[in-house]
Design a protein around this ligand. Sequence first.
Ligand SMILES: [Ca+2]
Ligand SMILES: [Ca+2]
Ligand SMILES: [Ca+2]
Length: 209
Amino acid sequence: MLPAYLENESQNMKLKTLFSIAIGFACVYGVQATTYKFADADSIGVDIKAGEIWKLGKFDIVNSDGTESFKVEGYPDDDTDQYHNGVTYTSKLGFDPLLMKIIKGNISFWFQDANKDAFTISVDLNEMLFDVGTAHGTYVYQTTSLDMDLIVDLQEDGIITYSVDNKSASGITFDYALLSATAVPDTASSMILLGSALSGFAMLRRKRS
Ligand SMILES: [Ca+2]
Ligand SMILES: [Ca+2]
Ligand SMILES: [Ca+2]
């Protein structure tokens, strides 16, 4: 058995190592301009009749919801910039609402109208209503950036729900939905974590002395 003071020495070494790891962790989280990319790719494939509201949409960048990825198919390929035909989108999960902060994001929806008739669709993201106006045939709705309400909604739990209200006189097919978001480390909560690690360390010291 080791003399008591030697045991204490090795305990101190361990604590010092822990301490410097905690500092290193805080530096990585707090100083570097790390960004995280998240996405939820949803393959929908539902027909929504005239006047019907489809309410099952959910973007989730924390947990998987069944659709891992989709490839845009059956859209005009003469305008790839608009329809992204042939492009595959894959979910990237793992957002942590406590440790990360959403800074921006965007949403895309793909719709088709078999008859090429004019139709109107509203996309409802919780309380947010987007009127996409009158469209002809194939339509892609895309926001360039999430607004503040949506960012707050997403930040809270990594989830945004959406529904589609088909206000046109004919049926539509809702093919795909995509959410992309960018997050950065939340320095404030990292510092709180470091703070509790430090006070734990201080308590250990007091207990042993
Ligand atoms: Ca989803
Ligand atoms: Ca999905
Ligand atoms: Ca939410």
